[in-house]
Design a protein around this ligand. Sequence first.
Ligand code: 13P
Length: 255
Amino acid sequence: MDKSNRATVLAGNWKMNKTASEASELIKELIPAIEGANCDVVICVPYTSLDVAARLCKGTNISVGAQNCHYEESGAFTGEVSVTMLIESGVTHVIVGHSERRQYFGETDITVNLRARKAVSKGLIAIICVGELLEEREAGITEDVLSRQVKAALSDMTQEDMEHVIIAYEPVWAIGTGKTATSQQAGEACRFIRGIVEELFNADVAKSLTIQYGGSMNPSNAEELLAQEHVDGGLIGGASLKASDFKSLVDAASK
Ligand code: 13P
C-alpha cells in the first residue's frame, strides 16, 4: 500500500509535564530544531501551556494539541474543557481516549466516541488512542480488543468526519515502560486497524487514514517502527520532552 495517500504525523504527548514557563523554553528550542521537518508535527501540551504554545507556534510548522476535551458545549462539568474553548486557544488537535485516561479516569469506549465526535464536528483533528493491555496480548485477544475499541470510537462518524481522525495504536504495556512493541507487532496491529476502518467505511478512507504507533518510541527504535508500511507516524511521550530527542524522531519521520 502506498503511504503517499496519507500524512505522516509526529505528535508529542507531554502528559502532565512542564509548567507554562518550562513549556515556553522547550518550544523555543524546538522551533528552530524542527523547522525543516518533512512531516506534520504536533505538540499536545497541558491546558495551562496551550496559550503560550499557540502564541509561540503561530506561523511555524508546529501545531498545538490538547490531551482531552469534553463532549458538551458548556455547562456544569467542573474541571472539564470544551472543544470551543480549545479552538479559541489556538488548538487544532486533541488526544482522545488515551489509555491513561481509560485506566485512571474512567474513560470508556462510549465517552471516547462522544469526545471524538464532538472534536471532529468542530473541525479539530482527534487523535484517538487504542491499544491492548499486556494480559490481553498474552491471552491472544489483541485483535478483539482493537476491533472493539476502533468500532466504538468511530461509531456514528461519517466519511467526512474521518478526514479529521488519526488513530494512535498504543499497546498499554509499551507506554512509559521502555518496552517497545517490535516493528512487526506495531506494523501488524496498525494493518489490522486499517482493515477495520476499511470494513466500517471503504478502502479510500482506510488508505488515507494516518495511524500512529505510540509506546516507548525513541531515537534508537523510531526509524524501524516508522518504516512499517502501516505506521504513519508516532505519538511520543517521554521522548517528546527533550528537544534533541524529539528532533531525532521528527527526522526519522521525515525520511
Ligand atoms: P511513552 O513514549 O513515554 O512510552 O508514552 C507513549 C504515550 O503514551 C504517548 O501518548
